[in-house]
Design a protein around this ligand. Structure first.
Ligand code: NAD
Ligand code: WQD
Length: 336
């Protein structure tokens, strides 16, 4: 297949491009580089021996998209492009709705005009909202999201459902990610957040490499076994493979929704200890007060992806820690 990957210079997108090329697909990447790096393309080449077509541009640029679809015979789109910082979305909601919601709508318009109606969309476990019972199952309704970021994902899901209901030619997979971490085992691509990381894993690895002095653990008084929050962490390469599996079911019309997670939760403390144990690098940490909006514990029921896509997260915590550290220690400043 010829696959258009939006946001392919970012964290999850770059790992998916590697898996697509390795599986024999041809790839066109569009990315405006607002949170991605052009160096990613060289690294993808170093891993796969192949270079995807790269178009630096914005998914909200309809003229550019029309040209892209006219010039490249695209069979399907995997749509990662978007903004993802939860706190920033609270401060700048319009920026998030413009990028994530409006951007997705422009993309769908351009796809329809070009006769391309197969789409895999990056959604998030955050669409289950604050009140959902664990583990999260796809049959649960979307809940009350706690940030414009989460709401933008829930809104795009609804737009895509309505689109499929209105036009039977569309085929869409909504992929709800839990907490992707890790890096490609080559150590050549990985997560490279700009500024101080918001998320736990890059924070830990930047403490390990000496870029940050210590980790603050947000809360140790949650109703969990050790008092710290629990999340369902999965390896980014497993997540990438999930997208290839989703491409295979896009012959059938309609919307399909899949959780992509390990199906088990790990506490913040357990993750920190796993990192120390696997890498031998100490992580100084201290407990601070809870972070606003954090839920105590959630994890996926990942059974549907296994049954319908034949997908399962296979790489365990040890690989997640070792691969994160290989990436971070080989690239202490990220791609820069
Ligand atoms: P990322 O920021 O590393 O990658 C996103 C890429 O999209 C970046 O390279 C950025 O430059 C590009 N981009 C952003 N807006 C764009 C636009 N308007 N036009 C063109 N390119 C644009 O993020 P990621 O972690 O790889 O996440 C990919 C997708 O998965 C996002 O949609 C995100 O919301 C979703 N997601 C991520 C997580 C996570 O924990 N990382 C969890 C659930 C869902
Ligand atoms: C994990 C745990 C923190 C940083 C976010 C988004 C979610 C999804 C994935 C996109 C929590 C704790 C963190 C730190 C800490 N993204 N923590 N110290 O919040 O589960 O999910 O990323 O869709 O929508 O909300 O991930 O990595 O930020 O936090 O103690 O410096 O680590 O409190 O319990 P989260 P995270």
């Amino acid at each position: 297949m010829q696959v258009l990957v939006t946001g392919g210079a970012g964290y999850i997108g770059s790992h998916t491009v590697v898996e697509l090329l390795a599986a024999g697909h041809r790839v066109v990447v569009i990315d405006n580089l607002c949170n991605g790096s052009p160096e990613v393309l060289n690294r993808i080449h170093a891993i796969t021996g192949q270079q995807p077509v790269f178009i630096e541009g914005d998914i909200r640029d309809r003229v550019l998209l029309d040209r892209l679809f006219a010039e490249h015979g695209i069979d399907a789109v995997i749509h990662f492009a978007g903004l993802k910082a939860v706190g920033e979305s609270v401060a700048c909601p319009l920026t998030y709705y413009e990028n994530n919601l409006y951007g997705s709508m422009v993309l769908c318009r351009a796809m329809a005009a070009a006769g391309v109606r197969r789409l895999v969309f990056s959604s998030s476990a955050t669409v289950y909202g604050e009140e959902a019972a664990v583990p999260y199952v796809e049959s649960m309704p979307r809940g009350m999201t706690s940030s414009p970021y989460g709401t933008s994902k829930a809104m795009v899901e609804k737009v895509l459902e309505d689109l499929c209901a209105a036009d039977q030619r569309w085929s869409v997979a909504l992929m709800r990610y839990f907490n992707p971490i890790g890096a490609h085992p080559s150590g050549l691509i990985g997560e490279d957040p700009r500024g101080i990381p918001n998320n736990l894993m890059p924070y830990i690895s930047q403490v390990a490499v000496g870029r940050l002095p210590e980790l603050s653990i947000y809360g140790n008084d949650y109703p969990t076994a050790d008092g710290t929050c629990e999340r369902d962490y999965l390896h980014v390469v497993d997540l990438a493979v999930g997208h290839l599996k989703a491409l295979q079911i896009l012959d059938a019309p309609g919307v399909k929704t899949y959780n992509l997670g390990m199906g088990q939760s790990v506490s913040v403390l357990a993750l920190v200890n796993a990192f120390i144990q696997v890498t031998g690098v100490e992580i100084p940490y201290r407990f601070v007060s809870r972070r606003n909006g954090d839920l105590a514990a959630f994890w996926a029921d990942a059974g549907k992806a296994h049954q319908e896509l034949g997908w399962r997260a296979e790489r365990g915590l040890e690989a997640m820690m070792a691969d994160t550290w290989r990436w971070q220690s080989k690239n202490p400043g990220g791609y820069r």
